[in-house]
Ligand binder design. Structure first.
Ligand code: C5P
Length: 232
């Protein structure tokens, strides 16, 4: 069976639990994403344990954001884990993104534009004077010009970003929420299908699948299967 373009966000600090989530959803998930919650607790060794039996690619979501020299060296360190994608914040600027690209040439450096948890008001308070859409398009173009191969954005910004960066960039959208899912910290959301129709290559999905674990691994598998079915 062909897997869906779903990247499963493994947001836990428990390696064994992460392994059971990966196993339960393996029929439907194209890639798994390990992020800050996992990495700051389980570290490089935790990532290696996950990779032992992994037959899909790894998305390492470390959201690097620092001066170019530091990000370049951190990207090189992360590249030793051979992820397919590694994230940096596009707002770190052109030289910072270039440093990551240069130091980790075998990894697709992936630029996070505007976090999907931020509203227009939040951005205003940070000092971004443009709308989330205009800010995300501007950051995506900057990252594309700096050599980033992939862009992370809200599904709501995907079609405009696709027009700006062209067909070859990989667009990855978190902020995926089934219509039935009650509100949490994600704000600029859409369904998985809407995101793919808007031009995303992959959707990142965490809690709409992983929170079903409270009802058992079969429930989690069902949740992944339903979302995958909606993408056919
Ligand atoms: O549980 P949920 O579906 O909200 O998970 C989304 C995942 O995508 C989280 O791991 C989060 O860190 C990540 N992410 C995001 N927004 C971004 C970039 C990454 O939500 N702009």
């Amino acid at each position: 069976m062909e897997k869906a373009p779903i990247i499963l966000a493994i947001d836990t600090t428990d390696v064994a639990l992460a392994q059971s989530w990966i196993k339960a959803t393996a029929d439907y998930v194209s890639m798994i994403k390990l992020g800050l919650e996992f990495f700051t607790t389980c570290g490089v060794e935790g990532v290696k344990r996950i990779q032992e039996n992994l037959d899909v690619d790894l998305f390492l979501d470390l959201k690097l954001h620092d001066i170019p020299n530091t990000v370049g060296k951190a990207a090189r360190g992360a590249s030793l884990l051979q992820p397919r994608f590694l994230t940096v914040h596009a707002s770190g600027g052109r030289s910072m993104i270039e440093a990551a690209v240069t130091n980790a040439p075998e990894v697709a450096i992936t630029a996070v534009t505007v976090l999907t948890s931020l509203t227009h008001t939040d951005l205003d308070r940070i000092g971004f004077t443009q709308s989330p859409l205009a800010s995300a398009v501007r950051l995506a173009l900057l990252a594309h010009e700096a050599g980033a191969q992939a862009i992370v954005c809200s599904p709501q910004e995907t079609s405009e970003i696709r027009k700006a960066v062209g067909p070859d960039s990989i667009i990855i959208t978190p902020g995926i929420r089934p219509l039935s899912y009650l509100g949490d910290d994600q704000k600029r959301t859409m369904t998985a299908r809407e995101a793919i129709v808007a031009g995303a290559n992959y959707v990142v999905i965490g809690r709409p699948i992983t929170s079903e674990w409270a009802n058992g691994l079969d429930a989690m598998k069902r949740a992944a299967g339903e979302i995958a079915e909606g993408l056919r």
